[in-house]
Design a protein around this ligand. Structure first.
Ligand code: PLP
Length: 400
């Protein structure tokens, strides 16, 4: 067998990718599985974006591009920040990658030395801690409970900061809870950050446009422009434009950090796909009707799934303000017994029971750093939401 590197052996595989594999295997074996694990829009990429990609291929835009991104895409990103976030960046502040994921990974790679600490509020997107560990960093997990709306408070942030703190990671709207920080909450965090000039901030804004209740999106740079010189704003095409497979994400931040990321990309992927970059220009510069109609569709689904899940005994659900997940607490199901006599000891047990008994796939909260919870995605059809919740309710009714 191959001798693998310690850092790879210690890394957990991505929980959502592992779930997708398992669901695909079960479906291939002939099982009808309702899949609530999906972390991507089920909607199609808008037609004008696809047209732009075809046009780019016909125009011969099929070669390597500049490593930080094509001039056209970096300019479109500069315009996006000005138009949507009122943040003024130069082209040199922008780097394009193969997904937001690559930008986040490269930012840690560029900045972390052995033992450096990264403050990650939990529940968190599964990848952050493992990315940090890959580069010798230490994830410092700060639990943000349901009572705090799953959000980091200034007090909890202050208590987590040490001389070794390098980054604070913020993600709003949040995967998996859908929590959205208000401007005043971000200002409260910024007041703490201002006291600690060594700390960088990574704000993962990938769900910016999937926002409910007429909330207005704000990130920490908008809330306190003084932080612009030490914040990396990460965003991408995946969620807002249903472009997960195109693999385009971007970062905006101080030039020295951006240049370091560019240096790393230059020795790895060289550049994001030239065709996908052309498509991303069309998405950012073109009409935004898709974004608005997708948001309305997600809202309908969220309301339906919230209504159905809330009615299931043992599920305590907070309605999410953004993203496309519900994160119910299943504490009341822990220690109950299945019809087969098995005791449900953890949220992982609950998720496996639902897969077995209801043929509904969900993710366990353990992977997201707060238990006992489940993550259910509503980036799926209304009919799947209705059928899946009905099956979950029937399976839960059998517990004693
Ligand atoms: N950040 C968060 C919070 C996510 O949920 C995801 C995807 O699931 C990503 C980043 C990665 O996005 P991309 O497809 O741009 O790599």
């Amino acid at each position: 067998s191959t001798n693998l590197a310690r850092r790879v052996n210690e890394m957990k595989p991505s929980a959502s990718i592992a779930a997708k594999k398992k669901v695909t295997e079960l479906q291939a074996a002939g099982h009808q599985i309702i899949d609530f694990t999906v972390g991507e829009p089920d909607l199609d990429t808008p037609g004008h974006v696809i047209d732009a990609a075809v046009q780019a291929m016909r125009n011969g835009e099929t070669h390597y591009t500049a490593t930080p991104g094509t001039p056209a895409l970096r300019a479109a990103i500069v315009s996006k920040f000005l138009r949507e976030n009122n943040i003024r960046y130069g082209v040199d502040n922008i780097v394009v990658g193969s997904g937001a994921k690559q930008i986040i990974l490269s930012a840690f790679e560029a900045t972390l030395d052995e033992g450096d600490e990264v403050i990650i509020p939990a529940p968190f997107w599964v990848s952050y801690p493992d990315m940090v560990k890959l580069y010798g960093g230490r994830p410092v997990i700060v639990t943000c409970g349901q009572a705090d709306g799953f959000k980091l408070t200034p007090e909890a942030l202050d208590a987590a900061i040490t001389a070794k703190s390098r980054w604070l990671v913020l993600n709003s709207p949040n995967n998996p809870t859908g929590a959205v920080y208000t401007e005043s909450e971000l200002k409260g965090l910024a007041d703490v950050l201002i006291q600690h000039p060594q700390l960088l901030v990574l704000t993962d804004d990938i769900y910016e446009h999937i926002l409910f209740n007429d909330l207005k999106f704000t990130n920490i740079v908008q809330a306190d422009p003084k932080l612009i010189d030490r914040t990396l704003v990460v965003n991408g095409m995946s969620k807002a434009y249903a472009m997960t497979g195109w693999r385009v994400g971007y970062g905006a931040g101080p030039v020295d950090l951006i240049n370091a990321i560019v240096k790393l990309l230059g020795q790895s992927t060289t550049c994001a796909s030239s065709i996908s970059q052309a498509a991303a220009v069309a998405a950012l510069d073109g009409k935004q009707t898709f974004v608005t109609s997708a948001r309305a569709e997600y809202l309908r689904r969220r309301n339906r799934m919230f209504e159905l899940l809330s009615a299931i005994p043992g599920f305590t659900v907070t309605p999410p303000d953004g993203a496309f997940y519900l994160y119910p607490c299943v504490e009341e199901l822990i220690d109950l017994r299945t019809p087969q006599g098995q005791v449900l000891a953890t949220d992982l047990d609950v998720s496996l029971y639902l897969l077995e008994e209801a043929k509904v796939a969900v993710l366990d909260g353990t992977a997201y750093g707060l238990s006992p919870y489940l993550r259910l995605s509503f980036a799926t059809s209304q009919s799947a939401i209705e059928a899946g919740c009905e099956k979950i309710a029937a399976a839960v009714a059998k517990l004693r």
